[in-house]
Unconditional design. Structure first.
Length: 491
């Protein structure tokens, strides 16, 4: 132990950087050799633990030389990697690892610093090279020190390096997709969502902003899918949506775009997960969490619209109906932005409501959830019918064709009607263009008409199902009131 004490003392007071690096590398090599020490409790690891554990090396991370910081981090990681659980608990007691953030913030954050931090997190320390510890070719990487995750993300947010930010997100997407245990490690950290939202915020006004949002959307959808099966997973779902809206309200990014990407990715993942439908009648956690997710999606799709007002004749029909206080996201051309997503969501709700066999042992919680799911399905169906009706309206289509015919006439007047070769070519091109547009519109009409007919059938099923619930007549009136208002607004 005296030799070890001498090396640690030398490191703390050494002014020769090169020699200090040599001593650090020697210590790391000794820690990496399991045969060091001739008797129990007399290894280099035991000596370092008695001489302050991680503390001396955390202090060395403040040094100005990059290589001193790197090899000090590697020793910290190796000590954690080879320590038994009780010793490891003592080594990191009192949040010692958080001091690394304060020290590393003093210097530029680069891959050379990021790599040894990830070695600590994964407890995969190389005693020879400074390189990426994550290889996507290997079987499994497990997060061993999740308390250091926030340090990695806070440092990368302040780095201002888009390439490094994308690399970190790619690594974590890989780690989280690879192992459920890694996802649970992240869930164990408070406000983990802030790490990823912070990366988006720090990339604002950069070329990589959209790419970073795409990474984060995939990570969030993966995490929320996992949360569906956890006890109280609904809290993760609600908190994630709340934090996205909060950060977005501060102007760092467009929360609507991020939520839309998260919802679309998540619905796609759920549709591939056959366990959802198989377990929904048996798994109370899944029922509760799925209900929270659908509620959050509904809040995203339908926005309270305080500018809606009703005339006296229709007020009584929907005095307690919130359908007409809702607006939807629209594109610049007036079309419903989330139309396609809503149809996929309705298909998923059909599986829950109509495709599952009747089970007399359904949990009471599921029976209660079905009511709110039916409410969402009804709202989506009615909005779909209203939107498709507006698209299919013959007056609107006639007006569009009339505009095209007017355009054709104007061009013909402009180019003339003689047999000049150039004019003939223009007329031929114009004719091809018009026929192409007509074919395109006919295809669109056919597609939308299929959606319309499908939702008419879906509405019939929903109304029939409502009659099986308590207050069935009130619910039918609820549908009728919406259709009445929709017909009045149709044109």
């Amino acid at each position: 132990i005296d030799d070890t004490r001498a090396m640690v003392a030398y490191l703390l007071h050494c002014q020769d950087v090169e020699q200090g690096i040599d001593v650090l590398q020697l210590l790391l090599a000794l820690l990496s050799n399991p045969n060091t020490g001739k008797r129990a409790n007399d290894t280099i690891s035991d000596h370092l633990f008695k001489l302050g554990g991680l503390v001396p090396f955390i202090g060395l991370v403040k040094r100005g030389n990059l290589l001193v910081r790197i090899w000090s981090l590697k020793i910290i990681g190796k000590m954690l990697e080879i320590s038994h659980p009780k010793r490891k608990e003592k080594l990191v007691a009192n949040n010692k690892l958080f001091a690394l953030k304060q020290h590393l913030q003093l210097y530029p954050y680069t891959e050379s610093t990021y790599f040894p931090l990830m070695e600590i997190i994964l407890e995969r320390v190389s005693d020879r090279t400074v390189s990426n510890p994550i290889s996507e070719q290997e079987d499994e990487f497990l997060i061993k020190n999740p308390q250091l995750l926030s340090v990695v993300f806070e440092l990368v947010c302040g780095s201002g390096q888009a390439i490094l930010q994308e690399r970190v997100l790619r690594h974590f997407e890989f780690l989280l997709r690879q192992s459920p245990r890694n996802r649970e490690c992240v869930f164990s950290q408070p406000n983990w969502q802030n790490w990823f939202l912070g990366v988006i915020a720090s990339s604002a006004n950069t070329e990589s902003h959209e790419e970073i949002m795409t990474y984060v959307a995939r990570i969030f959808s993966m995490m929320l899918h996992h949360a569906l099966y956890l006890q109280n997973g609904f809290r993760q779902i609600e908190t994630t949506h709340t934090l996205i809206n909060h950060f977005g309200s501060l102007g760092f990014f467009n929360p609507t775009n991020l939520l839309r990407m998260v919802n679309e990715n998540l619905l796609r993942t759920i549709n591939y997960d056959t366990k959802v439908i198989e377990q929904i009648s048996k798994n109370s956690n899944l029922v509760q969490n799925l209900g929270a997710l659908l509620s959050s999606i509904e809040q995203f799709l339908f926005i309270p619209n305080p500018q809606m007002h009703f005339d006296a004749a229709t007020q009584s029909l929907h005095a307690e109906d919130d359908h007409f206080l809702m607006s939807i996201h629209r594109r610049s051309d007036g079309m419903w932005t989330d139309f396609e997503f809503s149809q996929k969501l309705l298909d998923f709700l059909d599986l829950i409501l109509f495709s599952r066999t009747n089970d007399s042992l359904l949990s009471e919680q599921l029976r209660k959830s079905e009511d709110s799911i039916m409410h969402l399905a009804l709202r989506l169906t009615l909005y779909t019918l209203y939107e498709t009706d507006a698209f299919l309206n013959t007056e609107k289509i006639s007006e569009r064709k009339g505009t095209l015919n007017t355009f054709e006439s104007v061009v013909q007047v402009f180019v003339g009607t003689d047999d000049h070769q150039e004019n003939t070519r223009i007329n031929a091109i114009l004719g091809q263009y018009i026929q192409g547009k007509i074919r395109q519109w006919n295809t669109e009409m056919s597609s939308v008409d299929k959606v319309f007919q499908k939702n008419i059938e879906r509405l019939r099923q929903i109304v029939r199902s409502f009659l099986n619930f308590s207050e069935g007549l009130n619910r039918v009136m609820y549908v009728i009131s919406f259709l009445y208002k929709a017909m009045k607004r149709s044109y």
